[in-house]
Unconditional design. Structure first.
Lengths: 113, 114
């Protein structure tokens, strides 16, 4: 069975500092990997995805993520955090054989001024 | 482009009552998903439709939950009878066909079962 782990419930960073939100996954075949963000009282919004090709994926709002097949990881990064980045972030994996999506339990990112 | 629409936004019912949620996906999106998101957890897939056919319903509690997508467009998720543990946010999402398709989520329906 496929699974996603987000080992940190909470990540705190100061504005202007780099941020990393960690994600590791387990899937039987090749993965499609996604990051979504959820702001209070709003639905999930797509940030970026890895399908194939370059391991470094760039997405919305200056976020990027690096696919590491050997470590089965897909960590979300941003070089300089903004207070407005504070939100709940979800990593998701999907088997390329059109299987169901599995989400992690989320990481709350807090960026302090 | 209009997003995924869901209604109602909030619902409070007593246990053993029934409730229904409605979802209208983005126009042209063949795949529609219903997720249950319990507080503090990630979304859990309940059912996935491809047009009007069911692709995956392995995590749908079929003794009390049902869903349909007549005509391959909008969809209804029903719970009958509701239990306390059904209190959650029910999210609908849609995507273009294919496993690599990005899912676009609606605002969700927050259900409280008393």
């Amino acid at each position: 069975a496929q699974s996603v782990a987000q080992p940190e419930d909470q990540v705190n960073v100061a504005e202007g500092n780099p941020l990393t939100v960690k994600c590791t996954y387990s899937v039987s075949g090749n993965p499609y990997l996604f990051w979504y963000v959820q702001y209070p009282n709003r639905g999930l919004q797509f940030l970026l995805k890895y399908i194939t090709g370059d391991n470094l994926v760039k997405g919305s709002y200056g976020f990027e993520a690096e696919f590491n097949k050997s470590q089965t990881s897909f960590h979300l990064k941003k070089p300089s955090a903004l207070v407005s980045d504070s939100a709940l972030y979800f990593c998701a994996v999907r088997d390329t054989n059109a299987g169901k999506s599995t989400f992690g339990d989320g990481t709350t990112l807090t960026v302090k001024p | 482009e209009a997003g995924v629409a869901q209604s109602p936004r909030y619902k409070i019912i007593e246990k053993r009552q029934s409730v229904a949620f409605w979802c209208n996906p983005i126009s042209g999106h063949a795949t529609l998903y219903w997720y249950q998101q319990i507080l503090g957890q990630g979304p859990k897939l309940l059912i996935q439709f491809q047009n009007n056919g069911v692709v995956d319903d392995s995590q749908l509690p079929k003794d009390r939950f049902s869903a349909e997508r007549l005509k391959g467009v909008d969809s209804t998720l029903k719970i009958q009878p509701a239990k306390l543990e059904d209190s959650a946010v029910y999210l609908c999402a849609s995507s273009l066909e294919g496993a690599s398709g990005t899912q676009y989520f609606g605002p969700g329906t927050r259900l409280l079962v008393l």
